[in-house]
Ligand binder design. Structure first.
Ligand code: ADP
Ligand code: MG
Length: 551
């Protein structure tokens, strides 16, 4: 496996990378960084979101800067202000050990004054949205005559957003002997035209198609009748405790409606769509980044540039019109070494679109069934029980109250206590789902056993970060050891010396037996069953796992 110190990067950058906590370069980083450091050619990169592109171009650019000079040597164009700020922040972190490094970000919707002042200071790197940069160039402010790197980040999105003229103008005026790097998740003709017009003999890199980047996403779809979609959505949310998800709708009306219905039903969910003013959008995004609320209903355009690393799920309430939007959406989960799930609600007339999507993502989507009322109550109960088993008891703090508790519950036997304890937590679910119908359409094609979502069991194996384990290794190990590719695998949490993997309860024994004694890079694998635990990111405050209620 490649490591960062084999890529030709300077000690100052390697130090910043390890402070950032990166251990292994992503595939696109492993390929691009040495290429950019040793060759002079332009590059096009076809890569999904979440594959680590920022470091792939950012690190070589930083290494190539002449910090003594006051000229602008690199320009990074991004579709939105949020993406621009995010790229800038990341580059500043990688450049933390480079004394005298000056960077700046310019974008629309903010006053010109401070941006003009920053540009006049002679930044080495400018990150910009095309519209604002074009305005500044027209005013004669930014100087791109000594540019050495011009990066088009998310080129397809920039063109989707109507920045064609601005891109043409900027590309035509920037120093002709610069190197141009173009990144895009898709290559529609308009992107290909930009590459053909403004790039010289570009080296092409494809990443993230077979190798889905730093994490793993499992793709599921659920067939539902169009009129059951909202009920189906609620069940998908209810069956998981601690879901942190973006729910995508095609239109802003859809977003408003779904968010309003969720709020009415006692969930806290924010809405993000184009009608909000920039300040409102910023505050919705900031709240969601904090994980509170943990559900966000959004349109594709509005969610662009919202950067969150640890989404557990992406839900496609509506399938997008364009397949590329599906990739953008689902690339938002399963990032930074974590596993995630992409759940699509597909109504009966949309079945044929699954095959298109499968072709675009280069993998199968698994058909799954909307959980029934009983499944939901059971899953949540199991979750509660494992939390009860695992909770750390602070003897000293609890001590003083124990006698009072004993006195007040004195009349209840164990059985009675258990019933009440469940009811306190569960009446909402039990009542809501009492007698709830199965909303899965009856289709002879669906094989209930293979797809039914039974309970998962958590297995712990004795290899972790220290052995450079990533989720794909664990999945590969399970597939190889069991000689099977279709065991349902859920969340994978990697610790320093061990990893927890959730597998289909019905298959757990088989997996356990197959893995025991298996060898991973010299380590003999040991397996033990452990109680499930909440994901590490889950916000501490508030009742974890309880349905979130407003007010
Ligand atoms: P892209 O631009 O391809 O969508 P980013 O560059 O934004 O992807 O990276 C996605 C996430 O992965 C970021 O949170 C980033 O910090 C993280 N990341 C990037 N490279 C690595 C790495 N080598 N190891 C672990 N995490 C990484
Ligand atoms: Mg990016």
């Amino acid at each position: 496996m490649t490591t960062f110190d084999q890529l030709g990067l300077s000690p100052a950058l390697l130090d910043a990378i390890s402070k950032r906590g990166f251990v292994t370069p992503t595939p696109i980083q492993a390929e691009m960084i040495p290429f950019l450091l040793t060759e002079e050619r332009d590059v096009t990169g076809l890569a999904q979101t979440g594959t680590g592109k920022t470091a792939a171009f950012g690190l070589p650019i930083l290494q190539n800067l002449d910090l003594q000079s006051r000229s602008t040597q690199a320009l990074i164009l991004t579709p939105t202000r949020e993406l621009g700020l995010q790229v800038s922040r990341e580059i500043a972190e990688y450049g933390a050990n480079l004394p005298g490094l000056r960077t700046t970000t310019v974008y629309g919707g903010a006053p010109f004054g401070p941006q003009i002042r920053d540009l006049k200071a002679g930044p080495h790197i400018i990150t910009a949205t095309p519209g604002r940069l074009k305005d500044l160039l027209d005013k004669g402010i930014a100087d791109l005559s000594a540019l050495r790197f011009l990066v088009l980040d998310e080129a397809d999105q920039m063109l989707d957003m109507g920045f064609k003229d601005e891109l043409d103008a900027i590309l035509a005026t920037a120093n002709p002997s610069r190197r141009t790097l173009l990144f895009s998740a898709t290559m529609p003709p308009e992107v290909a035209r930009i590459a053909a017009t403004y790039m010289k003999n570009p080296h092409e890199i494809v990443a993230g198609r077979r190798n889905q980047g730093v994490g793993t996403v499992t793709h599921f779809f659920y067939r539902v009748h169009a009129h059951d979609k909202y009920v189906a959505l609620k069940r998908l949310i209810d069956v998981k405790s601690g879901m942190y998800a973006i729910i995508f709708c095609r239109t802003r009306e859809g977003v408003k409606e779904v968010a309003a219905r969720l709020s009415r039903d006692g969930y806290t969910a924010d809405a993000l769509h184009g009608e909000l003013a920039q300040a409102q959008r910023d505050s919705v995004m900031a709240r969601f980044r904090e994980g509170n609320p943990s559900l966000l209903v959004a349109t594709d355009v509005a969610a662009r540039g919202l950067d969150v690393d640890n989404l557990t799920h992406v839900i496609h309430y509506d399938l997008p019109d364009e397949v590329s939007a599906y990739t953008h959406r689902s690339g938002r989960t399963g990032r930074a070494g974590k596993s995630g799930a992409s759940l699509a609600l597909v109504h009966m007339r949309e079945g044929h679109r699954i095959a298109h999507i499968e072709r675009a993502i280069g993998r199968k989507m698994e058909e799954a069934r909307i959980p029934r009322g009983r499944d939901i109550c059971e899953a949540r109960l199991m979750d509660l029980l494992s939390r009860v088993k695992d909770v750390a008891v602070n003897e000293e703090a609890v001590g003083p109250y124990l006698q009072a508790v004993r006195d007040s519950l004195a009349g209840l036997d164990r059985e009675e206590l258990l019933k009440r304890f469940i009811s306190v937590e569960f009446n909402r679910f039990l009542e809501q789902y009492d007698g709830a119908e199965d909303i899965n359409p009856t289709l002879s094609k669906i094989q209930p056993n293979r797809n039914a979502a039974g309970p998962m069991v958590c297995l712990r194996v004795n290899v972790g970060r220290r052995q450079s384990v990533l989720p794909p290794h664990i999945i590969g190990m399970i597939n190889k050891a069991t000689h099977s590719g279709d065991i349902r695998i859920g969340r994978i949490d990697i610790d320093a010396n061990s990893s927890d993997v959730h597998v289909d309860g019905a298959m757990a024994t088989r997996v356990e037996q197959a893995l025991a004694g298996y060898s991973f890079q010299g380590t003999t694998i040991r397996v033990e069953r452990v109680a499930d635990r909440p994901p590490a990111w889950r916000p501490k405050k508030g009742g974890k796992g309880k349905p979130r209620r407003r007010g």
